[in-house]
Design a protein around this ligand. Structure first.
Ligand code: MRU
Length: 370
């Protein structure tokens, strides 16, 4: 997508052909900074400290992180160590594990001499594949938005509520939940997006709103707690969110607060859709609430906030009295029964084992661990 008119992806190879460059998302929306990753450790820090975030982009960064690792040490021991350390960088997005499994296939079928080049090539493919996948999610989701517009009588925009950032910044390009919005907007369908600020890290306020602004999509930022109210008053036609991990039965694990939006949508008869690429499905799990480990991050993300002050400086402020105890659950699980449909690159399906297996018969054979 474009930043001030220049097309960007979120991750790419540097001009030297081996280092990896990313957009440092901790600096947006106030500064657009490109960061350079030269070692697997740099990639681990970028994932852990959320310079990159969003399930598909975490997967692509892990893939390139493995390429950097193989450049330094292509031995079996080097691969095993890098795989474990990358895996431990963040726990929820299953795309991370998927990308590392893809790398294992490449590494196991190449000699030590050939590994580095093969892993770089697979990382580039994973990035390109993600762009194609997200573009297709956009096409399938845009048909839902078009249908909602036609149902409304075509005079008003389709009002879509989204949570966190599942736009192009969360992927290599296009996004998952936001891709249908870009496609609909580009096709001339009037859309308006309600953007949840998404405490504590404010991915909605600082990333989604910035993306939509760059692309010229009408939007309004709201506090996280406003969703129920605007749904009660008929101001939301549909919700579309992303997911970091979806079980084979259609339970969806996404940014904390997604579940509350799904409950409010259910209570108000508002369709609740989730956009996801195939690699976000965890075929080993059934019950998301019981089985998906939820990342708990440091309490400082709840007690403090970073933003731009009146004189233009970027500063961190403390919201609480010293000594206040805070907990920071980063994700929650929305049960499949609250999800109207899953928007994938292969089409839209019911949030159920039947729905997913019909779209992914090739992957549904994967074994459950339970
Ligand atoms: O903690 P984050 O910012 O990595 O969380 C991201 C989300 O929750 C997104 O909605 C999810 O990764 C789907 S993005 C395509």
């Amino acid at each position: 997508m474009n930043v001030d008119g220049t097309p960007y992806r979120t991750i790419w190879l540097a001009e030297d052909g081996w280092a990896v460059e990313i957009i440092d998302q901790t600096r947006l929306p106030h500064e657009f900074i490109v960061a350079r990753l030269e070692t697997v450790e740099d990639a681990i820090v970028a994932i852990r400290d959320m310079l990159v975030r969003g399930a598909p982009l975490i997967g692509a960064t892990a893939a390139y992180g493995m390429a950097l690792a193989m450049r330094a040490d292509p031995s079996d021991a080097g691969f095993a160590s890098a795989r474990q350390r990358l895996f431990d960088a963040r726990p929820t997005a299953v795309n991370l594990r998927w990308a590392l499994d893809e790398m294992a296939i490449v590494v196991n079928s190449a000699s030590e001499d050939a590994r580095c080049a093969a892993v770089y090539a697979r990382a580039a493919d994973i990035s390109d594949e993600d762009v194609g996948i997200c573009s297709s999610i956009g096409d399938h989701g845009a048909t839902l938005i078009k249908a909602a517009w036609e149902n409304k009588g075509q005079n008003d925009p389709v009002n879509i509520l989204t949570h966190c950032n599942a736009g192009w910044l969360a992927t290599v390009d296009w996004g998952t939940a936001i891709a249908p919005i870009y496609k609909a907007h580009d096709a001339g369908i009037p859309v308006h997006v309600w953007v949840d600020e998404t405490r504590p890290r404010n991915q909605g306020a600082s990333l989604t709103a910035w993306e939509l602004l760059q692309h010229g999509v009408p939007h309004t930022l709201i506090v996280d707690n406003a969703g129920g109210h605007i749904m009660q008053h008929g101001m939301v036609d549909m919700c579309i969110t992303g997911t970091d991990r979806t079980t084979r039965c259609g339970d969806v694990c996404n940014k904390i607060g997604t579940y509350l939006k799904a409950l409010a949508a259910h209570d108000n008869g508002v369709p609740f859709y989730v956009g996801l690429p195939g690699p976000t499905i965890d075929w080993t799990l059934r019950d998301g609430v019981a089985e998906i480990p939820i990342e708990e991050r440091e309490a400082g993300e709840v007690t403090h906030m970073t933003g731009r002050t009146g004189n233009g400086d970027i500063a961190e402020i403390c919201l609480t009295a010293d000594g206040v105890n805070a907990a920071n659950f980063a994700f929650d699980v929305t049960p499949a029964r609250l999800v109207t449909g899953l928007i994938t690159e292969r089409g839209v399906c019911a949030a159920s084992e039947q729905g997913l297996s019909a779209l992914y018969p090739d992957r549904a054979q994967e074994r459950e661990t339970a």
